[in-house]
Design a protein around this ligand. Structure first.
Ligand SMILES: [Fe+2]
Ligand SMILES: [Fe+2]
Ligand SMILES: [Fe+2]
Length: 443
């Protein structure tokens, strides 16, 4: 059993901001779309109820297959993004019935998925599956990743033999990028079900061959079966550094500051959709947080990172069951515990992104309170980073001045009065005073 000293060491490590912060903060890092999405895909895995890294492993299989099939570099990039984002639509779906949720996780196309669902519920399953495909394709278009990627996401549950969602295309009428995304998702899910790498290595080629002509394009299945007997493929698949390898491909081009903010605004809207909030709210809060950061004498470069943190603050809610997020009633203790994990999920996901260590720490602290009654770390006073408080106060102001199902929006002056009442408990008095000076024109 761990001694008290050991437990304290663990707690101290968990709460040590130096693990995340970058003392020579250099403003928004130069990130490619591929690097960012490879990391953020872990949040989409949470929404899909998959083992962490599912989307990344699908991308690895897809890119490997696309390369083996001799696709040109542009198509390979499209496969990469289609694979990473195939289930981004799940992030915004309303809470599904249990059997719908199970069917969506089936390691196969629509036909096999429906086999696990009572006949009477097929319509609901098909409707939900179609909704996440459509929504996912819309997100891809908004991210500017192109029609080919959008179609790959829209058709990832379709099968070679035409059994798929209404309007599914079959055979070679399904674009090659779509066929590879669908195949990579099914192969990864099949590997996941088998569990042991040794069993997968032995049975994999036959399992893939069995899907040829029904679930999968026979040519893709044949190539996959050939890949599955190569050690080199499996060593890459089970490599602990798979995420870093995918990020280092830098697909999709490096984004400048404005492009990064616009890209993250789309992600923020996905998170808001899951939380039942209107699109555009995340960007509004983030722009406000940027102004408040400057009013707190934070440097322009650091203020840009506050914008990034504000846009991604609630990405961890993708790991909270949708029915808990939308529950109109008081939460049970278990439900509350799952909600309180969202800053931790977000911190862990963001800390994987080069140059976003500091925002990862701030996001992890955005529900801390200066009186020590916040979560998840119960930090106190100055332990709560200024930037985390800035994000928290802008979010609180926006919530108070927006309509809610149970109350009308407050005026700016009334909202500021409410925030003043939180001085010394939720927020440091300095942050409230600086917030007021920045909010002047809005209040
Ligand atoms: Fe799906
Ligand atoms: Fe999947
Ligand atoms: Fe939050």
């Amino acid at each position: 059993m761990a001694s008290n000293a050991q437990i304290q060491t663990v707690r101290a490590d968990f709460l040590d901001p130096s693990l995340y912060d970058d003392t020579g903060i250099a403003g928004v890092p130069r990130l490619s779309r591929g690097t960012l999405l490879a990391a953020l895909s872990r949040a989409f895995d949470l929404a899909e109820g998959r083992r962490p890294g599912h989307a990344q492993r699908v991308a690895y299989i897809g890119v490997y297959l696309a390369d083996e099939l001799g696709l040109d570099p542009t198509r390979i990039e499209e496969v990469f993004f289609g694979c990473l984002l195939h289930d981004v639509g799940m992030a915004a779906c309303p809470a599904p019935a249990a059997e719908v949720a199970r069917a969506r996780r089936e390691p196969a196309g629509l036909r096999s998925a429906l086999a696990s669902v009572p006949t009477g519920n097929w319509a609901e399953v098909i409707e939900t599956l179609a909704a996440h495909c459509d929504y996912g394709a819309k997100v891809v278009r908004r991210l500017g990743l192109g029609e080919s990627v959008a179609r790959g996401v829209a058709s990832h549950h379709d099968c070679w033999d035409g059994s798929g969602l209404p309007g599914a295309q079959n055979g070679e009428r399904m674009p090659i990028v779509s066929r590879i995304v669908a195949a990579a998702d099914r192969v990864e899910a099949m590997i996941d079900v088998e569990g042991s790498p040794l069993v997968v290595r032995r049975r994999g080629p036959q399992l893939v061959t069995d899907m040829a002509g029904s679930e999968l394009d026979p040519a893709i299945a044949e190539r996959m079966a050939a890949l599955a007997i190569r050690d080199e493929f499996w060593l890459g698949f089970y490599d602990n550094d798979l995420a870093a390898t995918l990020m280092s491909l830098n697909y999709g081009g490096i984004m400048n500051r404005e492009e990064l903010f616009d890209f993250l605004t789309v992600i923020s809207d996905v998170v808001d959709a899951r939380n039942g909030r209107e699109a555009g709210r995340g960007r509004r809060v983030a722009d406000f947080a940027h102004n408040v950061a400057l009013a707190c004498d934070v440097t322009e470069r650091r203020a840009d990172l506050v914008t990034v943190a504000a846009l991604l603050q609630d990405i961890g809610t993708l790991g909270v069951p949708a029915n808990v997020l939308s529950k109109p009633d008081i939460l049970t203790i278990d439900e509350m515990s799952s909600v309180q994990l969202h800053p931790i999920y977000a911190r862990d996901i963001l800390s994987e992104i080069p140059g976003l260590g500091a925002p990862a720490w701030w996001v992890g602290c955005h529900h801390e309170r200066v009186d020590g009654k916040g979560y998840p770390g119960m930090l106190e006073g100055e332990e709560v980073p200024l930037e985390a408080q800035i994000i928290g106060i802008c979010e609180a102001f926006d919530a108070l001045t927006s309509d809610r199902p149970y109350r009308k929006a407050m005026g700016g002056a009334d909202a500021i009065e409410v925030l003043r009442g939180l001085s010394g408990t939720r927020f440091d008095p300095y942050v409230i005073e600086r917030f007021e000076s920045a909010a002047g024109p809005f209040a």
